[in-house]
Ligand binder design. Sequence first.
Ligand code: BMA
Length: 322
Amino acid sequence: MRETRFTELFIRYPGNPIIQDKDLPYPANAVFNVAATVINDETLLLMRVEDRRGISYLTVARSTDGVSGWRIDSGPTLAPDFDTHPEEIWGIEDPRVTRIDALDLWAVLYTAYSRGGPLVSPATTRDFKSFARKGAVMPPEDKDAALFPVQFGGRWAMLHRPVPGFLGVGAHIWISFSPDMKHWGNHQILIPARKGGWWDANKVGLSPPPLETDKGWLILYHGIRVTAGDCTYRLGLALLDLKDPTRLLARSDEWVFTPEAEYERFGDVDKVVFPCGWVADGDHIRLYYGGTDKCIALATARVSEILDWLEKHDPQNRKLWE
Ligand code: BMA
């Protein structure tokens, strides 16, 4: 942890960006928002690749140290399938991957970009070669979804971010429950976007899937404040109760990561850091994120330091969020 005026919980890898479009074995415009997991003792990234039409698909990269030596699939690993899933007409984007030990599989929740807007679409896989799609499970606009790795009272739980037709009420992180991962209900707002001048005033959305810790489910989320010039994507922290994830135990007032490096500030969409995956190895976290919708970068952190910081930075007075 670097001690400066602010505590820097996430430290950028000096060799960033770790993967760029020129590293792909074929031409593409960009490779960016990326999910992460561990399979056969290797780090696996499920990367969003955007072609020159503006359509995205997902491709796998594998590495033994999770930092370098990436072996990238020779073509799209999971591509939009318009014939069987017409809701994928404008591509598939921003996956989150959750390992589900009880089912011996991974659940991939991605955004299907339909004619009607973004939809939450789950698929399952055992090898990241073949995938069983479940079809879209939420009406538009809804994205930034991930599953918890365990059930609660016999039901799966999902975090996601619907955008209401009336934007005056904000775009919040919701939690929903399902007996079968396909039919979802008991929807409720869990982490609301704040208002006014707050860094996360206009929209919030889950970043990587919830991470189980001794103190609760650790949540890293992105927040957006629209300004006269444009908007900035920053990251903040929250903690949910382990047994009842509808209980928000803590949430930081301050953001913990903001676009600072060149590859986070200038690209296809300026001032965007957008993680979709992290890998925890004991206390050590590797966070994988898209920079400016153009490249993939890595930052490292310590779970214990994040939890200590969050405990000290959870405001007792939540009235200011209203
Ligand atoms: C969000 C998503 C992300 C993207 C970000 C910044 O709405 O679409 O895929 O990285 O905007 O453009």
